[in-house]
Design a protein around this ligand. Sequence first.
Ligand code: SF4
Length: 108
Amino acid sequence: MTGFLEREHGNLVGRDPREITTGEWLASDLPLDVGLRAIRAKCLDCAVTARAVRPCVLTTCPLWPLRMGTKPKGFREARAQRDAARERQPQPPHLRKAQAGQEKETDR
Ligand code: SF4
């Protein structure tokens, strides 16, 4: 695990995971989970037991809806509807400019 740390201005910091190689990941003892499995693992780490994850009261935690390791019924549809509603909202001019700049960057 110490191979994932580096010195930055004299301080020990985590390396950029985007620069870690396949071999380094394989040599680690990390579970290499992604998505819902990684969220579930984090919740088990946070709440300590599976029994304590389900009644978690921290509803403002970004992981809360997905803490059981599955997408809840209606979640995907609610997200799609919210995203569509946001796209229909007229943007104030300063945000329109920023958004246009982002689109240009992603066009590259
Ligand atoms: S939802 Fe957030 S606060 Fe609750 S167990 Fe998961 S990580 Fe912890």
